[in-house]
Design a binder for this molecule. Structure first.
Ligand SMILES: NC(=O)c1ccc[n+]([C@@H]2O[C@H](COP(=O)([O-])OP(=O)(O)OC[C@H]3O[C@@H](n4cnc5c(N)ncnc54)[C@H](OP(=O)(O)O)[C@@H]3O)[C@@H](O)[C@H]2O)c1
Length: 259
């Protein structure tokens, strides 16, 4: 692990992070918690399970003055907290031509990336594009546009030199997003995501059923509820970190998301 990176993977690290939290900079705290917020944000993957939670929670909290949902399809929200929320807008982009949409990323302070697909759906190349190329390119465009924080949902086991394709993909994405050099990059490595998934995925359904007791008794050990991942990302925006990047493993996500 690089020395200029914080990893919050165990209790000790979390205590340090709590210390950091107390030292939250006045500016960040003001931006993220005040009644009159000053920062704006964008969400990629807002139609996915983690992304949907982010939208739902942010629609009810005055954290950002503007939230841009950047995606490939428009959503009609039944939830009035979202549909009537004048701070939330949707912008459609072609992810294969992101350079054409660089203006969309202009002036947005915080980015949340919850993009991802399955190899069974998109093939190896397609999954690499969605899980790696899109996050890296959007991080670049966002940085050019003035973005100060890029929050990336990765996965437990991410490791760029792994022999396992998925772990390598996630690890390489983390490395390349960090290399973009946004003022701050926060990486989240959740375990199995617990939620009532809209799309039926047989393998994940079996996994969720068998992991349910583990999640109940030991939340955050190898599983994370999508609502808690989203809450952790939101809470973390206002925390000060002393390093350009940090990694929150599943336990740290659980702690941050249940504060
Ligand atoms: N499933 C798990 O248990 C698990 C565990 C650990 C980490 N993760 C990681 O956590 C992240 C979030 O997971 P999730 O379950 O919330 O994801 P998800 O429900 O599968 O949603 C993925 C998002 O990515 C978008 N997307 C997919 N293909 C795209 C494409 N070709 N072009 C543009 N957008 C595309 C989807 O948009 P559309 O709705 O338009 O398709 C959706 O908004 C992912 O990176 C995933 O790998 C998952």
């Amino acid at each position: 692990m690089a020395t200029n990176e914080a990893t919050a993977s165990n209790e000790t690290d979390m205590k340090e992070q709590e210390g950091d939290a107390e030292a939250t900079s006045a500016t960040d705290a003001k931006s993220a918690t005040a009644q009159d917020p000053t920062m704006s944000a964008f969400i990629l993957g807002y139609t996915g399970e983690v992304g949907k939670e982010l939208v739902k929670q942010l629609a009810r909290e005055k954290v950002f003055k503007k939230i841009v949902l950047i995606g490939r399809r428009k959503v009609e929200y039944k939830d009035e907290a979202i549909s009537n929320n004048t701070t939330i807008e949707q912008v459609l982009v072609n992810f294969d031509e992101l350079e054409q949409s660089k203006d969309v990323f202009q002036g947005l302070d915080v980015g949340f990336c919850c993009l991802g697909t399955l190899r069974s759906k998109a093939g190896k190349k397609g999954q690499w594009k969605v899980d790696h190329d899109y996050p890296v390119k959007t991080a670049e465009l966002a940085k050019e546009g003035g973005c100060k924080q890029y929050h990336l949902v990765s996965s437990l086991g991410a490791k760029s030199n792994s022999m396992v394709f998925y772990n390598k993909l996630k690890g390489q994405t983390e490395d390349d997003v960090k290399a973009v050099g946004t003022e701050r990059t926060s990486i989240y490595r959740p375990g199995g995501l617990m939620c009532d998934r809209e799309e039926f995925r047989f393998g994940e359904w079996i996994a969720r059923k068998s992991l349910a007791p583990v999640d109940y008794f030991f939340p955050g050990v190898i599983t994370n509820a999508t609502s808690i991942v989203a809450k952790a990302m939101i809470n973390n925006v206002s925390k000060h970190i002393d390093t350009p990047s940090e990694i929150l493993e599943s336990k740290a996500i659980h702690k941050m998301g249940t504060q």
